[in-house]
Write a protein that binds this ligand. Structure first.
Ligand code: DC
Length: 219
């Protein structure tokens, strides 16, 4: 069974998707990490992350893989580096390039073949796995999402201004929602959950209940 969890940053997608995969014994795929990996490779190589021909060439020689949910770039563990602010910005640019999306969508579909998988991103229920049996779309108010990001950065010892985070988030949301390929939007058959005032563990309980009832119906 494929379970898709889409939505913007700061809605708790990663925490919930990882937890759900663990509870169900399914594999977990964080597709944002793949876009971040391409962005990191661009920055390291000195390429403009919005220059499609250069990014395409780079991607054709790049091997992205996972080891226990940590992203490997040509075999090197880059799970920590891809969380850098510079990578977050560049990822939003490479994610708008159609050829990059096409290549990563194919890789994601291959990862999902014949597997029980919980996958999270922006286009998992709409483009990558349109026939997934369980689709969720998480939302939260922009302020709550920005606040969560500020707190996450503080925990890592990085000082961040709420207003700056909010405006950067708005810019990335606009890019995600307005791109021609794989824009951020809920699939028609997705269940939308607003996580603004709900704890991650309550969201997780809700999702688990839905998936388990689908699993029972399959028998
Ligand atoms: O979820 P995240 O913040 O790690 O995602 C990083 C970037 O990749 C973000 O700009 C959105 C983009 N992305 C995407 O376009 N499609 C996906 N399936 C996953 C992420």
């Amino acid at each position: 069974m494929i379970v898709t969890i889409d939505g913007p940053a700061g809605t708790g997608k990663s925490t919930v998707a990882r937890g759900l995969a663990e509870r169900l014994g399914f594999a977990f795929l964080n597709t944002g990490a793949m876009y971040r990996g391409v962005a990191l490779a661009c920055l390291r190589g000195g390429f403009d992350p919005s220059d499609e021909p250069s990014v395409g060439r780079l991607l054709s020689e790049l091997v992205l893989s996972f080891s226990q949910d940590r992203l490997l770039l040509d075999g090197e563990d880059v799970a920590d580096q891809i969380r850098d602010v510079s990578v977050t910005d560049a990822a939003s640019l490479v994610a708008a390039l159609p050829s990059v999306r096409q290549a990563l969508v194919l890789q994601q579909q291959r990862i999902g073949e014949g597997t029980d998988l919980v996958t999270e991103g922006r286009d998992q229920g709409t483009v990558v796995f349109p026939h997934a049996e369980c689709k969720f779309f998480l939302t939260a108010s922009p302020e709550v999402r920005a606040l969560r990001r500020v707190e996450e950065m503080r925990r890592k010892g990085v000082t961040a201004e709420f207003e700056d985070i909010l405006s950067q988030q708005q810019l990335r949301d606009q890019r995600d929602e307005s791109r021609a390929h794989g824009p951020l939007r809920p699939a028609e058959d997705a269940i939308t959950i607003n996580t603004s005032a709900v704890s991650a563990s309550d969201v997780l309980d809700q999702l688990e209940a839905v998936v388990r009832s689908k699993l029972l119906q399959r028998r």
